[in-house]
Ligand binder design. Sequence first.
Ligand code: IMP
Ligand code: MG
Length: 179
Amino acid sequence: MQPLPLISAQDIAARVAALGSEIAAQLPDETLTAVGVLCGAFVFMADLVRAIPRDVRCDFLGVRSYGAATETSGVVQITSDLNLPLAGQHVLLVEDIVDTGLTLRYLLDLLEARGPASLHVCTLLNKPSRRRVSVPLDFVGFDIPDRFVVGYGLDAGQKYRNLPYVAAIDEQQPPTSSR
Ligand code: IMP
Ligand code: MG
C-alpha cells in the first residue's frame, strides 16, 4: 500500500510553476547554473528548471551525510562533484528538503569558495522547527511540520522516490543510507 499524500501532485506542480516565475523575476537576467543535490532533488530539479524561462545550465552534486541513524551530523561526503566551474556564475542550489540545515550550511560554504557571481537556494520543502543552524532560503516550495516525508524524489531506505506526490510516513525511522 502506498502512503497517503501530504502534498498532492497538483499542488506541487502549481507551486513549482510559481517558483520558476519567482526565480526568473528575482535573479539577474543572465544564464543560471542550477545545482541539484542528489539524489533527493532530482525530480524537483527536473520540473523546476523547465519552469524557469531562462538559459539554465544544469549540474549535480552527489552527497552523503555521516551521522547517527536518524540525525544528520552536518559532515557531508561529496560522492560526485560538479562538472561545471562556478566561478563568475549565477548559481541556484536546488535541495529537496532543509531539515536541521547542517547539510545546506556545508554545501553553501563549499560552493561559495568556488567564486560564483551569486549564490541562491531553492528548496522544495522546509522543516523550520528542526533548524539547528541558520541558513538563507531564498525560495521555498512548502513549509512542513516535523514529519518524515517521502516521494517526489525523497526516500526512506531508497524507497518511494518515484511517488508523484509527497507523503508522510512517521512510523518509519529514516535510515542513514537515505540521506
Ligand atoms: P539536514 O542536514 O538535516 O537539513 O537534512 C539533510 C538531508 O536529510 C536532506 O537533504 C534529506 O536528504 C534528508 N532528509 C531530512 N528530512 C527528511 C525527510 O523528512 N524525508 C527524507 N529525507 C529527509
Ligand atoms: Mg537533500
